[in-house]
Design a protein around this ligand. Structure first.
Ligand code: KMH
Ligand code: ZN
Length: 282
């Protein structure tokens, strides 16, 4: 089995300091949380950014500042900016981080519209997906294909046939968003069996489902994402003090199952990133 690639989703766009005071907002807090996750074994940092008051933004300059801060502390880590941003943002707002310099190696590509709890709708029409994918293709950015339900995998296949999404594909299977596919073993097996054989995938699961679902992914040869974006608790009723703690727990699970953890260089090879030199030449 390949080594395990661990992604840390360190802040997201929705969680707040009221829910867990360790959620990072400022540039420095984002740098610190990224460093703690990296030291614990994360090879990829999934980045959303906030203004100092916690408001989510896709502002390119804010991304630049946060990424500089992360590279200062974790020079070889893989940075995976969000193009999802927060519910309600426009296409133009969301796409800003793909125009960063250096160009990101990889960025999220959300593959369908999904209810996001309450009155929230996370909109990703087919036209939007094509626009995001084509712009990422031109820039040489690998899309991390965010899947919130089975139909989104079918959308990816349709766009792959048209040459808009290229092989080998890397998927993020997200379970437990209220409105998306539920976090169950059957659903995990169903989605994984639907993927092309040569693709790679990681599992993300919301709240208390995080560790049970990533444990199953680790056993199946998939990869894992943890972090405050998805889950604020180390265990029932115990808030995590950092993203590092959540990554440490994932590493312990992997080691207990005999699965080694990939460093960023190994992770880049495993998920098929070809542009390491571009990012790290400076
Ligand atoms: N915050 C969600 C609405 C992504 O990063 O691309 C979208 C999200 C997915 O987190
Ligand atoms: Zn995200």
């Amino acid at each position: 089995m390949e080594k395990l690639v661990i992604t840390a989703a360190i802040c997201g766009a929705e969680v707040t300091k009221e829910q867990n005071p360790n959620v990072p907002y400022t540039v420095e807090e984002i740098g610190i949380q990224a460093a703690l996750a990296y030291k614990a074994g994360a090879s990829i940092i999934h980045v959303h950014v906030r203004y100092d008051d916690g408001t989510p933004t896709q502002d390119k300059e804010r991304f630049r500042e946060c990424i500089v801060e992360i590279y200062k502390r974790c020079p070889d880590v893989i940075i995976l900016p969000s193009t999802g941003g927060a519910v309600g943002m426009t296409v133009e707002e969301r796409l800003q981080p793909i125009y960063l310099d250096p160009t990101p190696e990889i960025a999220t590509l959300d593959c369908g519209t999904v209810n996001f709890g309450g009155n929230e709708i996370f909109v990703n029409t087919e036209t939007m997906i094509i626009e995001f994918a084509e712009k990422m293709n031109i820039l040489g950015i690998k899309p991390e294909l965010e899947i919130f339900d089975k139909g989104m995998i079918d959308t990816v296949f349709r766009l792959h046939k048209k040459g808009i999404i290229k092989s080998p594909m890397h998927f993020n299977l997200v379970f437990g968003v209220p409105g998306g596919i539920a976090a169950t073993t059957n659903n995990l097996v169903f989605l994984v069996n639907s993927l092309p054989k040569e693709s790679t995938y990681m599992v993300t699961a919301i709240g208390r489902h995080e560790f049970p679902m990533i444990t199953q992914s680790i056993a199946m040869g998939g990869h894992a994402r943890v972090g405050f974006e998805d889950n604020l608790f180390l265990s029932k009723g115990v808030l995590a003090v950092s993203n590092g703690e959540l990554v440490e727990k994932a590493v312990k699970i992997a080691k207990s199952m005999g699965r080694a953890v990939a460093n960023p260089q190994e992770a880049a090879r495993i998920i098929g990133l070809n542009s390491r030199e571009r990012i790290h030449r400076k």
